[in-house]
Design a binder for this molecule. Structure first.
Ligand code: BG6
Length: 463
């Protein structure tokens, strides 16, 4: 007997994407760090493909929005690029061409009755601000970001109800200052990474403050939560897991929702003399300006244990407290190397419900990148991505269970609508409901796109 996995009629179904990964660099006022990184080191990108054309959303947004609507999406997220919208970073003056583009794109969403979530930062620091001021380590850059946000709110705040300040802010310090795989590709810059964590939280709170002064909508933040599971129940492994959770999840989750940083993080930073520069006035701003809702990007969990292999590093980094271990028997997406563990989505929901006041939240990204999807093209030219449908259903089933138990989740956005570019993969791994032919820019709905239409029509699916 089959059973229905049901979702509310007003549930958000959709997908996320981002300006720097979709638009292409056409007519842009400035370069962001990814544009610059690609221009100066093409060989570091898969098949040397960069963001210059990307999915050319800049020219295709009308057909793309229609197409996304046709596969059942009632909502979607993209980001406004700081380096596109702003002509003069110091004053926040807007670029006219960019205003026209974003205004038309917003209008198109309205025409198609799609709820638009506009995000303000998707790892896309303008390169000029990085070179001039050091990027997110600088508090002047925090204030310039708030100016950019204010310009966006004044221009589009009456048209767009849902906004978010940052996408996955933790990736900026983690990947850019600790692990070296995102621009500026620093490794083990622990102290700078901590200042970046603080400054991003401050920027988010200051942006929320100004939003609530001039707009009537709702504003949130998109956090990548990676539930952390210890190798064993030993005191040491549990402690390692607690520290990892505090640094990588709660450093943003706690201030975003509760207005305060985790005590254990502050304590460790003080003990190691690497506490960020903060003022009482700034902490008060963080305390008073928390999010209206939360977006959670979930891809994979972290499996951790106490550090047993000495770390070859003479500066402070959170890695000295733990190491990740290869859990035997785990399921992995071989193309991305990420563990597939749907149960974590339930654990996230419970955590938000029990420890964060059951704040309204949605899954703002979840997805599976696969290489070589051409091999699954059928006689009608459609990619039969059953693996992706299975991935989504497994996660949705556990999300539905948490909602039955009272979780305040209002939507599910996949990554992503149309195949798009990424600095890690360029176009190697594809994630979309809609396939993109890079030569012709032709878009073709995949089987998962048809699946989405069906489940949105019937508000769920049968297992
Ligand atoms: C998320 C990001 O972390 O993962 C996206 O918000 C990104 O920008 C997505 O593209 C998938 O990761 P990747 O590295 O496989 O493209």
């Amino acid at each position: 007997m089959s059973r229905k996995i049901s979702f509310p009629e007003n549930f958000w179904w959709g997908a996320a994407m981002s300006g720097p990964q979709m638009e292409g660099t056409f007519e842009k006022a400035h370069e962001n760090v990814m544009d610059y990184w690609y221009r100066t080191s093409k060989e570091e990108f898969f098949n040397e493909i960069g963001p210059n054309t990307a999915t050319d959303f800049y020219h295709h947004y009308k057909e793309d929005i229609k197409m996304m609507k046709s596969i059942g999406m009632n909502s979607f997220r993209t980001s406004i690029q700081w380096s596109r919208l702003i002509k003069d970073f110091e004053t926040g003056e807007a670029d006219e061409k960019a205003v026209e583009f974003y205004r038309d794109m917003i209008e198109e969403c309205k025409k198609n009755d799609i709820i638009l979530v506009l995000n303000l930062h998707h790892f896309d620091m303008p390169i000029e601000l990085f070179q001039k001021y050091g990027g997110w380590v600088s508090k002047h850059v925090v204030d310039l970001f708030v100016k950019f946000a204010e310009t966006a709110f004044r221009l589009f705040g009456d048209q767009v109800k849902y906004w978010t300040t940052f996408n996955e802010p933790m990736v900026i310090p983690e990947a850019g200052y600790l692990c070296g795989f995102h621009y500026p590709k620093y490794v083990n810059k622990g102290k700078e990474a901590m200042q970046v964590i603080y400054n991003l939280n401050l920027a988010s709170a200051k942006t929320i403050e100004i939003f609530h002064k001039i707009c009537k909508g709702k504003i949130g933040s998109i956090l990548n939560l990676t539930p952390t599971y210890p190798r064993s129940n030993s005191k040491e492994d549990l402690e390692a897991s607690r520290i990892v959770d505090a640094f990588y999840n709660r450093s943003f989750l706690d201030p975003a929702v509760n207005g305060v940083f985790p005590e254990e993080v502050i304590q460790i930073l003080k003990e190691n003399d690497v506490l960020w520069e903060q003022t009482e006035e700034e902490l008060q701003i963080i305390k008073e300006n928390t999010v209206d809702f939360l977006g959670v990007n979930y891809y994979h969990p972290k499996r951790v244990m106490i550090r047993e292999t000495p770390l070859d590093c003479d500066v402070w980094t959170p890695e000295q407290y733990y190491e990740e271990y290869d859990m035997p028997g785990k399921r992995v997406n071989p193309y991305r190397g990420w563990e597939i563990y749907p149960k974590a989505i339930y654990d996230i929901a419970k955590n938000v419900q029990e420890n964060y006041g059951n704040i309204p939240w949605f899954i703002s990204e979840n997805g599976m990148g696969v290489e070589g999807e051409e091999q699954y093209i059928n006689a009608e030219g459609k990619i039969e991505d059953d693996y992706r449908i299975e991935f989504y259903e497994e996660h949705l089933e556990l999300l539905a269970k948490a909602m039955e138990e009272g979780s305040n989740c209002f939507g599910y956005h996949a990554w992503t609508g149309i195949d798009c570019w990424s600095w890690n993969n360029a176009y190697k791994n594809r994630y979309g409901f809609i396939a993109l032919d890079l030569e012709t820019q032709k878009r073709t709905v995949k089987k998962s796109g048809e699946w989405l239409k069906k489940i949105t029509d019937q508000h769920g699916f049968f297992v």
